[in-house]
Design a protein around this ligand. Sequence first.
Ligand SMILES: [Zn+2]
Length: 270
Amino acid sequence: MRKITPLLLAILLFEMCSTVPISGRKRVNFVSDSKVLPASFAQYNTFLAAHTISKNSSKTKQLKDIGNKIAAAVDRFMRANNMVKEAETYQWDFNLVEDKTVNAWCLPGGKVVFYTGILPICKNEDGIAAVMGHEVAHAFAKHGQERMSQGQLQQVGGMALALGTSSEPKQTQAIWNTAFGIGSGLGMLKFSRVHEQEADRLGLIFMIMAGFDGKEAAEVWVRMSQQNTPGKKGLAILSTHPTNTSRIKDLQAYLPTANKLAAQFNNGKR
Ligand SMILES: [Zn+2]
């Protein structure tokens, strides 16, 4: 085998590094969209087939309307910022499943599921938009792919790359449950604080761009932590999205910046 020269190594590392738009954070991502997205879309369909999609047409319509507005804001941002090709890889879809678990997630490529159990904590349209913005921001910033690329997930990343050829549905399911919090609380992987703060801030910008009240985002996480009393089951979202007072304070402190950036981006500026 040929030796890897320092120059080649430098080129490889450079190739694997990219910058998260808006936040400007450098990330390592060597999981390609062409591998991950088909697996993600297949996983989403498998999940929907195995769960009860809500028959409440008004709540479902509300969720889809909010999701589509936020996806349109993300799309607008990408098209105005030299990300047209990337914008076209997203296949946004929003579904409400009948499940008391307090959870919501977004898979790579824009596949979003809300569980009916999270709606009382969202409380109103702006609250749904806050959670939606946050989850969509994880997909926008490609946090899942980054986690798969990180050392601790080498195995998962390797398996994700092999998903296209894998015929082991149970194993595949387990990988996605762990990486994205699709399951109901066990064996999930926490998003890091860095990813959570980034998704909070980007999500705030996107929800405001879509016309919602950014003040509600901090309120949702206040309600989330109030619900999280010992002995009470069902807050699966907190196993992937740990909450605390610093998170709530950051959302409040970042609000003026988010309002300003949202107005700029809506005017087509960077
Ligand atoms: Zn999160």
